[in-house]
Design a protein around this ligand. Structure first.
Ligand code: PEP
Ligand code: MN
Length: 263
């Protein structure tokens, strides 16, 4: 179902009032984690002003350490709904369980399956049944073929609205958090009709490398970007070192405009 052979035209996936596909560059931006309503509103207005179409914000955080901030859960989703009502932005939130999916359908426009859950086949099937469009991140040790099979799990449940997200894979290199596999973009363009976006924030883990790789992703043909943005990265409860400031994000979208159709 994901195979381009049986569906040669690129798919355009609708999420809220945003269309993700080859005609325009979709920019998903926002904090790694929703920390408070005030924080989320401030960031939502800033990323919207810079040209983002989708507000990201994690309410269920799959943290490496069990002692790290785990997210505001349903309360965070309520703030996402309020931010959408205030700004008109489409919203996306990661889900890590069936409970999270059942809550997300009430509050957000699109759900995200994170790298750590890319082969959680039970969760993929439940995401397929949710009726919401799904952003499927690449597992950090997953091959292209395994990633496509994960997409197939979602589509096989009757939900064709899947967008792929390359977010870096694990290699021997330690200078960056992961290694961004930009070849995934043209490879996926050849293999599937599904849109593919790139997340240079989780791929690099380093703020200074986010903008150059965002531009490289657009040059490689990505249909969109996911960028972490925070009003005060030094105080962020998660992923501060890779989060762009408002000013840096604004500069990035300005620099992308000559190369891509932005909202
Ligand atoms: C995220 O987008 O907040 C996230 C946890 O990303 P990944 O699943 O790619 O690590
Ligand atoms: Mn993050």
């Amino acid at each position: 179902l994901a195979n381009k052979k049986f569906h040669p035209e690129p798919s355009i996936i609708k999420a809220g009032n945003t269309e993700i596909g080859p005609n325009n560059l979709t920019i998903m931006a926002g904090p790694c984690a929703v920390e408070s309503e005030a924080q989320l509103m401030k960031i939502a207005y800033a990323v919207k002003a810079a040209g983002a179409n989708i507000l990201r914000g994690g309410a269920y955080k799959p943290r490496t350490s069990p002692y790290a901030f785990q997210g505001l859960e349903e309360e965070g989703l309520r703030y996402m709904l309020n931010a959408k009502a205030e700004t008109g932005l489409t919203t996306i939130c990661e889900v890590t369980s069936l409970d999270a999916i059942n809550a997300a359908v009430k509050y957000v426009d699109m759900i995200q399956i994170g790298a750590r859950n890319m082969q959680n086949f039970y969760l993929l099937k439940e995401a397929g049944k949710s009726g919401l469009p799904v952003l499927l991140k690449r597992g950090f040790a997953a091959t292209i073929d395994e990633w496509l099979n994960a997409a197939e799990y979602i589509i096989a449940e009757g939900n064709p609205n899947v967008v792929l997200c390359e977010r870096g894979i694990r290699t021997f290199e330690t200078a960056t958090r992961n290694t961004l596999d930009l070849s995934a973009v043209p490879v996926m363009k050849e293999k599937t009709h599904l849109p593919i976006i790139v997340d240079p924030s989780h791929a690099t883990g380093v703020r200074a490398y986010v903008a150059p790789l965002a531009k490289a992703a657009v040059a490689a043909g990505a249909d969109g970007l996911m960028i972490e943005v925070h009003d005060n990265p030094a105080k962020a409860l998660s992923d501060g070192p890779q989060s762009l400031t408002f000013e840096q994000f604004d500069t990035l979208t300005k620099e992308l405009r000559p190369y891509a159709q932005l909202s």
